[in-house]
Design a protein around this ligand. Structure first.
Ligand code: GDP
Ligand code: IMO
Ligand code: MG
Length: 421
């Protein structure tokens, strides 16, 4: 069976930390979508590490790690990432596999991302500018270059053909981006990638699954950034929900086992787009400070607000989440009262459904209020230590989402995870 772990909000729910923890129980960790727009934070021997393309199982020596076909890879970012983490993980290259079908992010994809965002002005998505959108556009437009192409004799020819197309496109934008200096590092990193274990990952996974190995698919971004079901157009360019695992790794739906859905005890979003429970007041500011809410990839301040059960129930439904994981509970230690959105009022009408187009709507969240915790959660060592106000809050969330909470995360540390049920 292949289990799935994905974010239920707008990303940064703490996926990296949880995958690193759960990886002890798995043989393979596989990324199935997204690319270097992701920033997954882990603490290894007390040292902070941010992973962008590499799966978060690399620091558990029992785990093989796969970058699946659904991922878009920037060879330069990947090479830098490997250089950074290799001292902490000497056998990394022996445990890292890459699907030959994963698409490449070219320097001109990054230039197109920047030019397109600049042209949008105030309506910009707030992209991480890693070239994600243009790379996926070339994938679905059937123009893209794949990892398997780098060992073909005519790679440069294919590259030049695509880059010529991109140059035409770039000419249409007023905003000029100088990308030529990114070409040499790109080709150096492509050379470096030739030393990777590049495989037909769908057969590789199938063989491992048939041999009874346990696989965990690691999501990037969050459900509300899904290209189909997120707050379009303020989304990323891949399917971040559980369905993305099947086409992002080449596994059949019947093989999916548990689906772990992660949510923070509150909510954040980085970049543009609607966020119904956003707090633009001092409480939002206090959440940002208490939770150190700054993007792991771009360093941008994250927008903060209360947990939104309407959006969460939608995300749980879309992915068939079987177990919840709630993170950053310690961040709420100093907040009282706490609010939880249980519905929306849109044009005077109440709803518990996530609407089609949140962008053009005035949404007024309906809140349930809870007392803050009577003792700090950060110091709890066991679920039985948790304050009763917190367990009541969890019971409410579980009841609303009709899904049980399996783990509670109460700090950044590797061991700060409590088995809840
Ligand atoms: P990801 O993209 O989902 O992997 O999440 P990020 O790494 O972008 O952001 C999550 C941030 O929260 C990281 O800085 C983590 O170290 C931190 N974090 C994760 N779990 C907890 C927790 O339970 N409490 C606190 N205070 N921080 C946490
Ligand atoms: P992890 O895996 C939070 C956001 C960007 C932007 C939108 C589109 O760390 O949770 P893109 O670069 O894909 O064109 O950006 O999506 N975004 C994320 N926000 N966490 C992420 O990844 C994100 N990846 C993309 O801020 O609003
Ligand atoms: Mg992140």
């Amino acid at each position: 069976m292949i289990d799935v772990l994905l974010g239920l909000q707008w990303g940064d729910e703490g996926k990296g930390k949880i995958v690193d923890y759960l990886a002890k129980e798995y043989d393979i960790i596989a990324r199935f979508q997204g690319g270097p727009n992701a920033g997954h934070t882990l603490y290894v021997n007390g040292e902070k590490v941010v992973l962008h393309t590499i799966p978060s199982g690399v620091f558990q020596s029992n785990c093989l790690n796969l970058i699946g076909n659904g991922v878009v890879i920037d060879p330069v970012t990947l090479q830098n990432e490997i250089r950074k983490i290799q001292p902490l993980c000497p056998d990394l290259m022996a445990r890292l596999y890459v699907s030959s079908r994963a698409h490449l992010i070219l320097p001109t994809h990054r230039a197109l991302d920047a030019a397109s965002e600049a042209a949008k002005g105030a309506d910009k998505i707030g992209s991480t500018l890693k070239g994600i959108g243009p790379a996926y556009m070339d994938k679905t437009g059937r123009n893209g270059l794949r990892v398997g192409d780098i060992i073909s004799k005519n790679f440069e020819e294919k590259y030049n053909k695509l880059v010529n197309k991109h140059k035409e496109l770039l000419r249409q934008y007023e905003h000029a981006v100088e990308w030529e200096q990114w070409e040499q590092p790109f080709f150096e990193a492509v050379e470096f990638m030739k030393s990777f274990q590049i495989i037909n990952a769908e057969y590789w996974l199938d063989n491992h699954l048939k041999a009874g190995k346990k696989v965990l698919a690691e999501g990037a971004q969050g459900s509300m950034l899904d290209i189909d079901f997120g707050t379009y157009p303020f989304v990323t360019s891949s399917n971040t929900i559980a369905a993305g695992v099947c086409n992002g790794l080449g596994v059949a739906p019947g093989r999916i086992g548990e689906v772990y859905g992660i949510t923070k005890a509150y909510c954040t979003r980085v970049g543009g787009g609607p966020f119904p429970t956003e707090l633009t007041d001092e409480t939002g500011e206090a959440l940002r400070k208490a939770g150190s809410e700054f993007g792991a990839t771009t360093g941008r301040p994250r927008r903060c607000g209360w947990i939104d059960l309407v959006a969460l129930r939608y995300a749980v439904m879309l992915s068939g989440v079987t177990k919840l994981i709630i993170t950053k509970t310690d961040v709420l230690d100093s907040f009282s009262p706490l609010k939880v959105a249980t519905g929306y009022i849109i044009d005077g009408a109440a709803t518990k459904e996530f609407p089609f187009d949140v962008c053009g709507l005035e949404i007024e969240p309906v809140y349930e209020t809870f007392a803050g915790w009577s003792k700090p959660i950060s110091t709890c060592k066991d679920a039985s230590d948790l304050p009763k106000e917190f367990t009541e809050y969890c019971a409410f969330v579980e009841n609303y989402l009709e899904t049980k909470i399996a783990y509670v995360s109460n700090g950044t540390g590797r061991d700060q995870l409590l088995v809840f049920s």
